[in-house]
Design a protein around this ligand. Structure first.
Ligand code: UDX
Length: 432
């Protein structure tokens, strides 16, 4: 199929390159010509495992192109995916300006029947209003169909998530659009991971409800952390004991330093905002965010309690990205933790395998290191923020010898408490 993707951001690049790898002819449009030029020279703006190879292969074989010529992108395609950003407004609302701009351009340049698919995460009702915007910009009576096709890609495993999805959600009111879209996804849908054809409104809400449910599970476990600590219980054991119940399952039950990333916080805030705007009770959804906000700095309170003094202390932060295998620091707990520690007058050393450069933009004043050993040397405490695999098997004896004090605060509960204390660390996890 001939596909245009609007937006060379995270979702656009991953989806576009995966569609091309499935044998479709894909053209990714972005109005940022510098980004397009870079992509044409295979300079990829984000770090995502496997993405570079996928882009290189499909670009060199001619199935994947990049352009800032919008007319060309539209005229050379039958399906147009809108995958532009929908950032969070200050009040938790969703800013759909870029989706509206894309709709206006598509409307003005539509030359024959096409399917317009919204992949960007948008509040319920947006597809309907975007349809009207496209209609009002048409230069002649050209038919088109709308499809809501939310993405569920996780950073770090986005390509696998795209190629092996749990489900594909398609929302539309057109039988023809369902037929074409089902064809498009045929190669990757199976009985256990089906294509769900539903209404546009259902598809829009499914996306928000899924991310809110995932976040709710994390905040639920995080709320139990102080209780576990007070009574000498271990939150990891609690998760395990709960997870064996088939109705609950094991995923997204890991307590820690709170969830980050560009999606969970934004989508839960947006859902909470929509409920409130409509005059409905949003208390459960809102509390997911409130608990998370507190959880991000819970570890600093613990440090203060155990170390007594943070002013003048030298702290090593291991991991900056909001999770491993990405350089993304959006909403990362590391930002809240570093800024709290700086407020207390601590000196900060940091190391992340991929995200040092991104963090430099926010905290130019902290010390950046290229390995965990030099980062920890001379420090009073280490705080494990992101569970990159490099942190799991280190020469801990060497690290201990190089440290001033032996505090180890494990924000992700990746270490064995007994082993670490036995080695000589003053080990503190979360909820254990
Ligand atoms: C998320 C959704 O999973 C994906 O479907 C959506 O489309 C985009 O947002 P992503 O933000 O890439 O994906 O990361 P995810 O793997 O969901 O993790 C989000 C955050 O939750 C991370 O900070 C992670 O550390 C945290 N987390 C996850 C926990 O704290 N505990 C858990 O048990 C699981």
């Amino acid at each position: 199929m001939k596909i245009a993707v609007f937006g060379a951001g995270y979702v656009g690049l991953v989806s576009g390159s995966c569609f091309s790898d499935m044998g479709n002819s894909v053209i990714i449009y972005d109005n940022d010509s510098e980004k397009i030029n870079d992509l044409d020279r295979l300079k990829i703006p984000i770090y995502e495992p496997g993405l570079y190879d996928l882009i290189r292969k499909n670009h060199s074989e001619g199935r994947l192109q990049f352009t800032n010529n919008v007319k060309r992108a539209i005229s050379e395609s039958d399906l147009i995916f809108i995958a532009v950003g929908t950032p969070e407004g200050e009040d938790g609302s969703t800013d759909i300006t870029q989706v509206i701009q894309a709709a206006e351009i598509i409307g003005r340049n539509l030359d024959k029947y096409k399917i317009i698919i919204i992949k960007s995460t948008v509040p319920v009702g947006t597809n309907e209003s975007i349809k009207n915007i496209i209609k009002s910009n048409l230069t002649s009576e050209i038919p088109f169909d709308m499809v809501s096709n939310p993405e569920f890609l996780r950073e770090g495993t986005a390509i696998r998530d795209f190629m092996l999805p749990d489900r594909i959600v398609l929302g539309s009111d057109s039988g023809k659009a369902f037929e074409i879209m089902t064809d498009l996804y045929q190669g990757i849908a199976h009985t256990e991971n089906p294509i769900i054809c539903t209404s546009i409104q259902n598809a829009e809400i499914i996306k928000y409800a899924s991310n809110a449910m995932l976040s709710a599970r994390i905040s639920f476990m995080n709320q139990l952390v102080p209780l576990c600590e007070k009574y000498g219980a271990d939150i990891k054991e609690i998760s395990k004991g709960m997870g064996y119940d088939d109705r609950i399952g094991t995923k997204f039950l890991q307590a820690g330093i709170g969830f980050g990333g560009s999606c969970l916080h934004k989508d839960v805030s947006s859902l909470s905002y929509i409920l409130k705007e409509n005059g409905f009770d949003n208390s459960l959804i809102q509390s997911i965010i409130d608990i998370n906000k507190k959880q991000k700095i819970f570890i600093v309170e613990k440090m203060l309690d155990k170390m007594k003094e943070l002013e003048g202390a030298k702290i090593a932060i291991w991991g900056l990205s909001f999770k491993p295998d990405t350089d993304d620091i959006r909403e990362s707990p590391s930002i809240d933790i570093i800024s709290e520690l700086l407020d207390y007058g601590a000196t900060i050393n940091v190391y992340d395998p991929q995200a040092n450069n991104n963090m430099r933009q926010i905290f130019p004043e902290v010390n950046y290191f290229n390995d965990p050993y030099s980062c920890a040397a001379g420090c009073n405490a280490i705080v494990l923020v992101t569970e990159w695999s490099i942190f799991k098997n280190l020469e801990f004896k060497k690290i201990l010898e190089s440290m001033k004090d032996k505090f180890l605060f494990d924000g992700r509960n990746i270490y064995d408490k007994f082993d670490m204390n036995h080695l000589g660390f003053k080990y503190y996890g979360i909820g254990r």
